[in-house]
Design a protein around this ligand. Structure first.
Ligand SMILES: Cc1cc2nc3c(=O)[nH]c(=O)nc-3n(C[C@H](O)[C@H](O)[C@H](O)COP(=O)(O)OP(=O)(O)OC[C@H]3O[C@@H](n4cnc5c(N)ncnc54)[C@H](O)[C@@H]3O)c2cc1C
Length: 487
């Protein structure tokens, strides 16, 4: 990267926030996944929307590829960009809550803020953000809404996004002052024009760099109730799920989590419920009376469908009947629990709810076949973990994970990496799409795009990023300056 370009970048972001040191470049080649981080020539930590705008304008003038990074928690790796030539924008310096609007029930924050920090700020103000089980201590707001769309991430709660386009132009979507010159605040993203906010959700960061986001808030629920039961068949679990989502929306206050046999084996000391499903329904509300009524309505349906109580699960449900401000502690427990199981082959799925009965057993069988192959090669599978949850009325998201011993063995890591990739190819053959729009997963998804959808994506990308400098190669195989955009 040439010296005068680097000097200009240092002038914009400040010397302390720009580096091309080998140690830093090495560090940013790592991430939370088995697929790896980005090979960058220089790393920049911008401090404001203006910094990002000036950096993008400069990169665009010089045709320098730019890759964006939030918390680095992608499961499928970071965007490769053009290895060795990238300017990597680490967004985590932009971590402030900019405004809390208690009357209008919105919060505006910089996109690099880590979700737990944002959640805590909202909780302190008496509000709540829907955070469906993501690793909140590492995931950034901008990374989550770019890379984990739909069932996994947040989308409907997002009202307005400030994004810097590849040429440095700053846009603010969502009906507020950035959209409508007489409107002083963003309060609804679907009025006054097409939903251009949605365009930046799940784009993997290929249309713009998000710098600020306005999110709709919910009142912090004061009361939690839980109902935890065992079911002997998947069919009954799916019937329960169908009746649950017809009554209440599981998102955000009535989540239903189902754990499969492998997870049960880990939970129960004697393995007694190992071949069953455990259903955990949480009800979060504002008064005990209202929340108890929802729990009792759920319990009546569960009893009708053969749900069984055990003294241990009833005791656990009692313990969970507490305020949700301990979510953060639960998250730390969750991370410790999974780390202790070994090297994870994360095998997530997301599908239309009616397909579950047919498809779910095939996913479990696929995993079992691959575990048998691992064992033939001398690798030891220490644990299996299955869960599923309706993300809304229409879809179910979940995982059928496997965990292996000796997590540092390079052969095992290669095996698990292939397992993750092959599993996703299998789910695509079955017609499922994953919730994650990031790393190798974006390429896999784009490989299944119809001609029309690909043409629409390419036209938008071409119009916004004619030189293809922002997260190049994330979806389609087109490097800066080239004309081909075949996947
Ligand atoms: C162990 C584990 C468990 C997980 N469980 C869940 C779960 O239950 N639910 C869930 O939703 N997710 C889950 N995730 C996935 C995680 O939420 C997503 O991968 C999320 O996208 C990561 O956000 P990040 O800030 O770390 O982004 P990164 O990994 O840094 O980036 C992800 C993508 O977003 C782009 N990007 C990042 N910031 C910006 C920005 N400001 N502007 C434009 N583009 C940007 C990047 O270029 C990249 O393409 C899990 C991940 C791990 C490692």
């Amino acid at each position: 990267m040439n010296e005068s370009f680097l000097r200009s970048i240092r002038d914009i972001a400040g010397d302390a926030y720009v580096t091309d040191a080998p140690a830093a470049r090495f560090a940013y080649r790592q991430d939370a996944s088995l697929f790896g981080g980005t090979d960058a020539a220089v790393i920049v930590r911008p401090g404001s929307t203006e910094d990002v705008s000036r950096i993008m304008a400069l990169a665009s003038r010089h045709g320098v590829p730019v890759v964006v990074r939030g918390g680095g928690s992608s499961i499928y790796g970071q965007p490769p960009g053009v290895p060795g030539k990238n300017l990597l924008l680490d967004m985590t310096r932009m971590n402030r809550v900019l405004s809390m609007n208690p009357q209008g029930m919105t919060v505006t924050a910089e996109a690099g803020i880590i979700m737990s920090r944002l959640q805590q700020a909202c909780n302190r103000a008496g509000f709540y953000l829907f955070v469906p089980a993501a690793p909140v201590h590492t995931v950034s707001l901008g990374g989550w809404l770019s890379g984990a769309a739909g069932g996994g991430g947040i989308w409907w709660e997002i009202i307005s996004i400030t994004a810097v386009l590849p040429d440095g132009t700053v846009v603010r979507t969502g009906g507020g002052p950035g959209t409508h010159v007489r409107q002083t605040e963003a309060y609804s993203r679907i009025m006054g024009g097409p939903d251009l906010t949605g365009m930046f959700i799940g784009d993997g960061g290929s249309f713009g760099v998000k710098t600020e986001v306005t999110v709709r808030l919910l009142g912090l629920p004061a009361v939690t109730r839980a109902s935890i039961l065992v079911f002997r068949t998947l069919d009954n679990v799916l019937d329960l799920m169908a009746r649950h989502v017809a009554r209440v929306t599981p998102h955000p206050f009535d989540p239903l989590l189902v754990f499969g046999p492998g997870a049960n084996e880990l939970f129960s000391a004697d393995g007694s419920s190992a071949d069953m499903f455990t259903v955990m329904a949480l009800m979060q509300g504002h008064t005990a009376a209202e929340t108890d009524a929802r729990r009792d309505a759920f319990a009546a349906i569960a009893a009708e469908l053969g749900g069984e109580h055990t003294p241990e699960l009833d005791a656990l449900a009692g313990m969970m009947a507490r305020a949700p401000d301990q979510e953060s502690e639960m998250e730390m427990f969750g991370l410790g629990f999974f780390n202790g199981l070994g090297l994870a082959a994360w095998l997530p799925f997301n599908m239309p709810r009616p397909r579950m009965a047919e498809v779910y057993p095939r996913l479990v069988q696929w995993r079992e076949d691959r575990i048998a192959e691992a064992e033939r090669r001398g690798f030891e599978c220490q644990a299996r973990f299955e869960f599923m949850a309706p993300s809304d009325q229409c879809s179910v998201t979940g995982e059928v994970d496997a965990f292996f011993k000796d997590s540092t063995s390079p052969e095992l890591r290669a095996f698990v990496r292939d397992m993750i990739r092959d599993y996703q190819e299998f789910t695509h053959e079955l017609g499922l799409l994953d919730v994650y729009n990031q790393g190798m997963m974006s390429r896999l998804n784009a490989g299944c795009w119809s001609d029309g959808y690909r043409a629409l994506y390419s036209s938008v990308k071409q119009a916004l990023d004619p030189q293809h400098i922002l997260n190049p190669g994330l979806w389609l195989d087109r490097e800066p300056g080239s004309r081909s955009d075949t996947p």
